[in-house]
Design a protein around this ligand. Structure first.
Ligand code: TSX
Ligand code: MN
Length: 586
């Protein structure tokens, strides 16, 4: 009798018709064979093996450089179950549409079967996926980003408890590119893209979209969150999970070098992108990082913005769409102030300074998490680590204070559900446009977001001592457009305030939106920041927030009757507190 996995692999081979099937074991010799193959066929360019041992450059097809949200679908039987924020196709329609694209797609090619574990191999919270792909780059990337090969097959045995993901490069034509999810049968089909979140199916497709559905079914949470530990001078570590929209420096925060290191405050990394959180037997919330590597944006990364990852990147790293120096080293905008002479751009052509960037703005590194000097000694604890705080954030030039604390769990869910960021890159539309991105899950929630908010509320009721919920904004500007807060390593001062709030040591001032630090409750020694600047950073303007509250009311209408009443109540309560405070100040 064949196993459920063998049956699915046979079925997939009948459809895609590969000339060869390779079962990946995740071993070193296997990785060497694949590397050799990719160097020979041009998939890989070898980097300088003296300064970057084990590192390679991959140049993707220029039309395949980012996730494609418009081509990403949630395929539930009922459209309402995908909700107003997802693209939807009926499951049978999706299969009828994609089956011809997979039909014979692997003719003359090798099919790789990649068994993998999301989460530490020994964790009861980990889950198994199997990706079938015709891309050796995907195999090499999955080897870094997950626990791949023998370890996964051994854990699976003859069980059917795995999430199958069928992937083929197809012809890389965006017209024939689809990333479709069947959460009701826990299945992923992806065709026509070899890039990151479209093709490494363990990450966004499984660990967020499919897992968020599983999490609601079984009372846990699959979130788009970094996990860090803040060590205090006594050596005690307090763990926090944080969700930010893109371009807020999530990876930088996860791997931050503390500006209060001399005082004994250090930051340890558990993960930079995804948190799976469960309620433990004692009623605490415990998180694991389902991933084993970092798939980070390279441009803007340097010794100041993220010194830890810069150290990690010197071995066993795959670089995608970065530029190449004449000594065979990777380079990107924002690595140093002046580009070195003799650069080759991400297309593989000689680059001259001017209109185009040398590296693609979404160029990436794929690096094993264990290589970061900041990695926590607990990052693979099977039972996970206890979460004491949840942090939401966004990029708001004027509105949001540096930090505020929500009133309670329900209010914290409101804060997360109404998160927003103002756009920066002209490439993604107008600059300064406010984009709502609830819990940073907008492109990643595998079901109706109204139901997702309801699930968040329900989780709070099940937690014995729910984590405190904070909101941060590193990006507030003064009237001249200058950033008010130095950010980066100095952000540890904000994390320390949160820790002191958790421990009941720090003061706070109540405002209509929540509690902000009093000027003296923030540890600011060694930082030159004026009292005026601090006041501006922490101020809450009722008129601005009334405008925000009205935008939130409008945003909530999208969800119709799927919006939990509690969130509507929170919005009304905020409106009332705001009008009371502006009355009092008149
Ligand atoms: O990642 C960032 N963080 C979090 C770091 C732990 N960035 C980069 C965002 C783009 C990915 C930030 N940018 C942060 C921040 O805290 N803050 C800012 C804004 C800022 C930029 C420059 C300066 C100050 C603030 N100052 C100088 O460059 C001297
Ligand atoms: Mn992400």
């Amino acid at each position: 009798m064949s196993t459920p996995l063998e049956s699915w692999v046979e079925e997939s081979a009948r459809l895609t018709k590969p000339s060869k099937i390779v079962w990946c074991d995740g071993s070193e010799p296997e990785n060497e064979r694949l590397t050799e193959l990719m160097l020979n066929d041009g998939t890989y360019v070898e980097l300088n093996q003296k300064t970057y041992p084990g590192c390679h450059l991959h140049r993707s097809n220029p039309n395949d450089v980012a996730r494609t949200e418009g081509l990403t679908f949630i395929c539930t039987r009922k459209k309402e179950d995908a909700g107003p924020t997802n693209n939807w196709m009926a499951p049978n329609d999706a299969k009828d549409k994609l089956r011809p694209l997979f039909d014979g797609a692997m003719k003359g090619r090798t099919m790789y079967v990649i068994p993998y574990i999301m989460g530490p191999a020994a964790s009861p919270y980990s889950k198994i996926g199997v990706e079938i792909t015709d891309s050796p780059y995907v195999v090499a990337s999955m080897r870094i980003m997950s626990r791949m090969g023998k370890v996964a097959l051994e854990r699976l045995g003859r069980s059917d408890d795995f999430v199958p993901g069928l992937h083929s490069l197809g012809d890389l034509d965006p017209e024939r590119r689809f990333i479709v999810h069947f959460p009701e049968e826990k299945l992923i089909w992806s065709v026509g893209s070899g890039y990151g979140g479209n093709a490494l199916l363990g990450k966004k497709c499984f660990a967020l979209r499919i897992a968020s559905w599983m999490a609601r079914e079984n009372s846990w949470m699959a979130e788009h969150m970094l996990i860090l530990g803040l060590e205090d001078p006594s050596g005690k570590v307090t763990y926090m999970a944080a969700a930010f929209p893109s371009a807020c420096g999530k990876t930088n925060l996860a791997m931050m070098v503390s500006a209060l290191g001399k005082q004994g405050y250090r930051v340890w990394t558990i993960g930079d992108d995804i948190a799976w959180m469960h309620i433990a037997a004692d009623g605490t919330l415990r998180a694991i990082n389902p991933e084993a590597g970092f798939f980070g944006v390279a441009p803007g990364t340097n010794g100041k913005t993220n010194p830890n990852v810069m150290n990690a990147l010197h071995e066993n790293t795959i670089f995608t769409n970065v530029a190449l120096t004449d000594s065979g080293e990777p380079w990107w905008e924002g690595m140093d102030s002046t580009p070195p002479a003799g650069l080759t751009d991400w297309h593989g052509k000689k680059w001259t300074p001017g209109k185009t960037s040398a590296a693609h703005p979404n160029a990436r590194y794929t690096v094993p998490a264990k290589q970061s000097p900041s990695i926590s000694s607990h990052w693979q604890d099977p039972e996970g680590i206890p979460i004491s705080a949840i942090i939401f954030g966004g990029r708001r030039a004027r509105l949001a204070p540096l930090v505020y604390e929500s009133r309670n769990w329900q209010h914290g869910v409101f804060v997360g559900a109404t998160m927003a960021s103002e756009t920066t890159a002209a490439a993604t539309g107008a600059v300064g446009v406010t984009r709502r991105d609830p819990m940073a899950m907008l492109p990643f929630c595998g079901y109706n977001m109204g139901d997702y908010f309801r699930h968040w509320l329900a989780m709070g009721a099940k937690l014995k001592n729910p984590p405190k919920v904070f909101h941060v904004n590193w990006f507030r500007r003064d009237a001249d457009g200058k950033f008010l807060w130095p950010g980066y390593g100095e952000n540890v001062r904000v994390l320390k305030w949160m820790l002191d709030r958790i421990e009941g040591r720090a003061a706070a001032a109540e405002t209509p939106i929540g509690s902000v630090p009093t000027a003296s409750s923030l540890t600011l020694d060694g930082l030159s920041i004026s009292r005026d600047t601090l006041n501006e950073l922490l101020s809450v303007n009722p008129a601005d927030w009334t405008e925000e509250e009205q935008a939130v009311e409008k945003f909530f209408e999208k969800f119709g009757d799927r919006l939990p009443a509690a969130l509507c109540q929170e919005q009304k309560a905020l409106a009332n507190r705001l009008s009371a405070s502006s009355m009092a100040s008149k």
